[in-house]
Design a protein around this ligand. Sequence first.
Ligand code: GLA
Length: 526
Amino acid sequence: MTRKANQHSLVMPVRLLFVALLLAGPSFAQTDLNGYWDLQQPSPDGNVRHTYFQLSLSGETLTGKLFGRNPGGIPLNGTYTAGHLHFATVPPSSIAGSPIGTGSTAAPMVYEGTYSEGKLRLEWHRYEGQVVTGTAVRSTKEAAAPPPPLPLPPLHDLPDNGLVRTPPMGWNSWNKFAGRITDADVRAMADAMVSSGMNNVGYVYINIDDTWEAGRDAQGNIQTNKKFPDMKALADYVHSKGLKIGIYSSPGPLTCAGYTASFGHEEQDAKTFAAWGIDYLKYDLCSARAIYEITEPNQQGLYQKMGEALEHSGRPMVYSLCQYGLTDVWTWGTKVGGNLWRTTGDIRDTWDSMDKIGFSQIAISSYTRPGHWNDPDMLEIGNGGMNADEYRTHMSLWSMLAAPLIAGNDLRSMSDETKSILMNKEVIAIDQDPAAKAVQTLSVNGQMETLTRILADGSLIVGVFNRGATAMPAALPWSSLPAGYSEKRLAVRDLWTHETVARNGAQYNESVPAHGVRLLRIEAAQ
Ligand code: GLA
């Protein structure tokens, strides 16, 4: 082999490598995407939200995981082409272990952005209609991993706190305001609850949902962020209106929106809430799912821990469990001190969501009893995604289920129709009936579903629901009513038209609007 040949044999591979790199273009930088990323999103409330990713690139195909509240992370996939990334989470079709619900994680999170100088600049939709941006920097597997579990208490039954003998009624910030809720909005809702007269028909709780939190001070006390400058003053204001105030936290280190939560600080946080004058706590599983396997003992342990902390706090607080119905919470919610427990994933302001959630609840209706309520999530009435017939169905169904009536709309700008739905006293009376008897299915004929419930005074509520998209006659034979209620002489009242119903003929045959309801009250036989 000549010297020249030798030289040639060395130079050629280097040249070839150079040409290959040029041809491959952006792929030279592609391998840099592999690994762990910390997506940092500064918020005007002063918090920086961290979301951790692991990315792997093969050709133009991106795969990986998003770490947060799901054990092992949520898978994601997408593409990387010429410096541009596009990827989305692949949500589980339902939350494992929940027979009824699909969770808020069911919606894919879609991220778009660019990669340059070792950073990812990303844009994504955080809440409906809210586009947010952030920058991701390199991170590590350790940073992305959830903390190790803390011990859970030995299980025992907690005493009943004696609160909410009828389903809680009030308002919550999440459905309308999500992460935008501020101190000023909460005060305005308290004002509107009184000026609209909602307080006179039973609504009393003004509940702040997620995104009030900041970090902790040197002593570990949870802090409020810039949107809530003085929680004690806010509570005093709400109380001055004759109302009560609720707050939100989670058993994991982070809330669902990624804010500081109560992991390892349960007793301290409960005392802080008590000192602020809080009357109600919604406690949302979220990131604890990434730390503790979803088993009934773990779920009970997590919720008992805060239940005990509330018991020791020195202030009565309604305890609202939010873990989307996992491990049949309705069978053990009372034991951990729960006054109400979410039975499903998050409601949305659509017919499909409300219909699916509402009618899935009848089977577990018998678990509800004074002080301890199934919670099929907050009301969407007045938020605009359903029509008035659909909202009347929402109100009627929730009331027949003895569900908490927690409005989720902007109380400052309610139409007369919205007010007439949220403030229908005759319907609220069903919800608030002290006997809290279970709802029963009388008949299902195609899309027509007829439910009944007996009230404390012996009267019978009959809800003829039309789940179909065209108006239908009720076609309800009077003789099909339970024994004692089919007698012709008993007065029947329509609770939406507020009129007496004539008992002509063998059946009740009024038309029921598409997605609508006829809600009747039949007096008890003497
Ligand atoms: C979960 C809950 C919602 C709401 C949000 C806040 O999705 O189910 O009701 O509290 O978290 O982040």
